[in-house]
Each structure stands twice: as structure tokens, then as C-alpha cells.
Write a new protein. Sequence first.
Length: 425
Amino acid sequence: KIKTAKSQGKFTPLELQVIDIKKKHPDTLLMVECGYRYRFFDKDAQIASKELNIMCFPKQNFLTASVPTQRLQFHLNRLVKKGYKVGVVKQTETKQIKAASDNRSKPFSRDLTGLYTLSTFVDDSFSSTPPPSSSSSSGPSQDDSDPEAADDQAALPIEIDCSEAAPSYLFCMSEEECHDQGQGQGQGQRVLISVLAVQPSTGDVIYDEFEDEAMRENLETRLQHLLPCELLLPLQLTAPTEKLLSSYVKTSTRSAVRLERVPDFGDYDSAVRELTDFFLKNKDGEGQEEEEEGEGEGRRVVGLGKGVVKCVRVVVWWLKQFKLEKVLREKTFRVFSRSKSVALPATTLKNLEILQNLNDGSHTATLFWHINRTFTLFASRLLQRWLTSPLIDARDINKRLSAVEELIESDSPAIGMLRDIPKGL
């Protein structure tokens, strides 16, 4: 809890700004721009000290820690990958403007300019830069590694980490108990589940609605295929669903899976009204044609299952905080199940050790680990999708095999150039 001025003396103007922003965003780890550094305050400073291996010390009324401004993206990336919701607070006026204004004696004005989580952090420019090893130093330090050295390291060819190859889906779900529970089934054993998965970095939007039994095998299958890094869930779910989601969060091969509880999913009628208005909004104000296109997409979305519509409403509300809601207008929704491929059940993926081994749950020694020789994250994700959703039509299988064979055995200079292009990405 933030200490009171009565017990700690008068707060500084900067501290008052931080307190005000923290009250509006209590669940957010704040990085506050102060001159040439980004500072953390109070409990945020303790978290940053632990996760970033930097010094934390008392100053005025709070503990504080800081990182250089030129290393913002690097440390932001590290904190987000740890599962934190991070807010960047920037100065909204320069020193020159401040000197010429009437409030030159007051502190710099600051506002929250960006919010980031695992699924909404779409800047991949620093994703390949490995964090400095904490074992290389004897203890926390105020300054971190040389930025130029890190940039040189990022420019070298990298080996794709299997855990990084997984897509960064935001996964929203709701459930409703089926009225026709089977004989001998208790309350909440058989449910109708609605899901919506969105990947803001690629614009991929997947939905599904299905019935599930007590073991929640259908839900587990979708979790194993999509591997979401962030879950948007109602405050209350049935016991079997809670058990499965808790197990997924704890045993996921990702470094972290973030779970966010949404107080109110709302009712279907209000969701339809809000989504109709959302999709009717003119795309960047470009004209009547775009408005009609948005109207058509809106009709298609509100025509989905009632649970899916409520999930779309929640995801729109969530993405608006990150200014990423447009991704839902610009992409067509596709259903999880495909007619040309089969989604392997979660038990099959586990028993065949396709993505996770049975020893420690990691990617090591799995089928994916053995055959993955891709150069980019995009290709690695595509390979993962092929393995978990194999084709079922012999003609499609032969077309894919012929294409791969052509790429491997062809002596064409054009094919050779294609092989070299991914190495520079």
C-alpha cells in the first residue's frame, strides 16, 4: 500500500503524480519517465529490482529503481514476458516548452501513454535479444549491459527457442451449464463453452462454441493447439474448468501465462448493441463502402453463438485499453475446426510427445524439437500448426510434400535465393 503523507512527511510533486496514476491503474507496473531514466516506485521498484537485477533503494518517501531511457524497450520486453501488465508513463512536455510556459515552476506533466501485456506487446524488434545473464555479476547493479553490445548480439543469427515459437493468443472464454445433464452427472459437469482467441501481432481471430463433458477434453484440446499466453475469464467458472485452466497456467511451456478476471461479461442483448456500433464505425472515415463492409462484418459477428458474442464484446473492451481494437474490424473471424485438417486431441498431443515431453513438460526431445530447423518464428509457428492439425485429404498432403521436395532438391538460383532470405530476418 502507498504510504500516507502523514506518516512519511510531505510528498514531492513527482510522487503525487505517481500516486494519482497508480490509483487509476492499481494492477499495473509503472515505468515513469524522469529525465534520462525510467523510474519505478514503491512495490513496483521491488518487483523491477528482482526481475531486472537492478538496484532498489529508498529516496524521499518511496523505494525507487531505474533504467536508462534508451533501454526502455529491452526492459519492457523482459517484464512483459514475465507476465506483468506494464504501463509506460512519459513526460508530455519538453524542457524547452516547460521553460517558455506559465507553469515553469511546476513539475513536468506526465501521462500513461502505453499499456502492455503478453498478448498485446506487438513490437518484435527486441524479441530476439537475450536478457543479460544474472550469473555474470556478483549482485544487482544500477546500470545494465552496454546497449551497443546488445544491438550487435541481436544482429547475429539466432537459434529459434521452441517456447518462443508459440503464438501469442489472447484467449477469452465463457461457459453455460447445459440443462440436460446426463444421468449421474453433477452440477457443472456438462457445459456449453464459447471461446475467442485473438493474436494482435498477426490479426488472427479464431472462435468456437462447443459442448464439453466433465473432463473438459475439448477445452484442453483448444488450449494445447492455441497455447494462449493471456486468459480473460469470468469471475466464476465451474470447478472442472477452473481445475483445467489452473493446470494449464502451471504446466505451460511458456515462461509465463497471464490470467485476468473480468468482473462482468454482460448480457447478450447489450453485447449485440455495443458490437453493432463498434463495427458500424467508419474505418478511418474513408467512405460509404467501408461503412457497408463494417456493417456486413458486424452482422456476421452478432450472428455467432451468444457466448461467442459476449466474448467478442469483452475482447473489444480489453483491446481498447491498448488501442488495438481495430484488429477485430480488419480481419475475418474463422472457426477453430477446419474441414481440410483434423485438430489432434490434447491427450494425443501429450502421449505422442509432439509439443511437450512426458518427463518435465518441456519442448526438449519432442517431435517438434527434433524436426524444427526453421530460421524464423513465423516458420516455426507454421510447422507447429502443421504438426498439431495434420491434413486429412491425400491430395492436399501430396501437394505439400511436392512443394517441400521442390524447395529442398531444386537447383534453381531463385530457390537458392529464397533459402537465404529467412536467415536475414
